[in-house]
Design a binder for this molecule. Structure first.
Ligand SMILES: Cc1ncc(COP(=O)(O)O)c(C=O)c1O
Length: 364
């Protein structure tokens, strides 16, 4: 029997629970109007999100994976084009590049930030390289200034970093997911593309609806990938709360440091623009620590093992174990501990206590 109290890895319901009456009203308003796609909430959310992000326009789409595919399609990338991205990220980053018809080329990560290492990216640039897709992993901004110096279009996979002040300015586009654990989440699937160039935005806007501006004339072969009115209605409420939630996440991250978690394992170094989608630590003892957390009823996870270059579906790219040493080490050694906007000091103390005991046992 796991020890009580149980602490989940993330408690999304605790975040939206106080907003349920307002959410019910917003959903009731959608039902009263009877418009479920391309309605007033999507239009308003696209504007509010653009204002929040400081970009000329955003385009609501079906999910964060389609958001990447749509941007690559709008950039007219395809067969023979290479796109550099990390292999230490969720599978969708590379899958989207393949779906767009291009070839993912994996660069290694910085062992401390777990984000793309610009030197490793530079080494992989060829005449066929057409774009870089950095991921703001776990809420930490990728090194955009250094990547921008490489002179290639950047498409920021910002699925995990809505609200970070350092993102969505450098790239030609940034893509977001509203999967219901993200910093800004919906009540189901949803996604967003933010562009820094209007023309690219117009093309994404057409591609998300069958390559059409008007309903009867189809100018490109696109897809059907739209954000719906109920999602947009909820997202408008949640966008208003986002800065408060991200501040609470940052406070919780700081509390883990104050509680001494950093003496037991490598914890993320702070960056003022980090929005802590997840709090991911590293230790050679990670297996023992995760086992102890599970035994104590505490949510935990190990991310992206195997990393993308070793995933069965991407075997055709020809990578082998050992090709990306930092990525492989990070995948083997990481573990995440509970964090959400609203986790209590007592819950965090309990997490650290269990990690401390596990580390002591594993060392002896
Ligand atoms: C880094 C990253 N990219 C892309 C995605 C894909 O987003 P979605 O699940 O909305 O398709 C996710 C999350 O699921 C993600 O974490």
């Amino acid at each position: 029997m796991p020890a009580v109290p149980q602490i989940p890895l993330v408690d999304v319901k605790a975040q939206y629970a106080p907003l349920i009456p307002e959410l019910k009203q917003r959903i009731a308003d959608v039902l009263d109007l009877g418009v479920f796609v391309f309605g007033p909430n999507v239009a308003a959310f696209e504007e509010e999100a653009a204002r929040y992000l400081g970009v000329p326009q955003t385009i609501g789409v079906g999910n964060g994976t389609d958001a990447i595919v749509l941007v690559l399609n709008a950039l007219e990338l395809g067969a023979g084009d290479e796109v550099i991205c990390p292999a230490f990220t969720f599978y969708a980053t590379a899958e989207a590049i393949v779906r767009a018809g291009a070839t993912p080329v994996f660069a290694d990560v910085d062992p401390h930030t777990l984000n793309l290492d610009p030197e490793s990216v530079a080494e992989r640039i060829t005449p066929r390289t057409k774009a870089i897709v950095p991921v703001h992993l776990f809420g930490r901004p990728a090194p955009l200034d250094e990547l921008a110096q490489l002179g290639l279009p950047i498409v920021e996979d910002a699925a995990q970093a809505f609200g970070s002040p350092a993102i969505a300015r450098t790239g030609v586009a940034s893509t977001f997911s509203f999967y219901p654990t993200k910093n800004l989440f919906g009540l189901g699937d949803g996604g967003l593309v933010a562009v820094t160039e209007e023309e690219l935005g117009e093309r994404v806007r057409m591609l998300r609806f069958h390559g059409s501006k008007a309903k009867k004339i189809f100018e490109y072969v696109g897809t059907n990938s739209r954000l719906d009115e109920i999602q947009a209605a909820a997202l408008r409420v949640f966008l208003r709360e986002l800065d408060g939630w991200n501040a609470a996440r940052r406070e919780a991250a700081e509390r883990y440091r104050e509680l001494g978690l950093g003496e037991l394992c490598e914890v993320p170094a702070d960056d003022p623009a980090h929005v802590y989608h997840l709090f991911v630590c590293r230790s050679p003892l990670s297996d023992a620590i995760r086992a102890a957390l599970s035994e104590a009823g505490i949510g935990n996870a190990q991310y992206y093992l195997p990393p993308l270059h070793l995933q069965p579906a991407l075997r055709f790219l020809g990578y082998r174990e050992g090709d990306l040493p930092e990525t492989e080490r990070a995948a083997a050694e990481n573990f995440s501990v509970p964090l959400w906007a609203g986790i209590t000091a007592e819950q965090q103390e309990r997490v650290v206590e269990v990690v401390r005991a596990a580390a002591a046992v594993a060392v002896h």
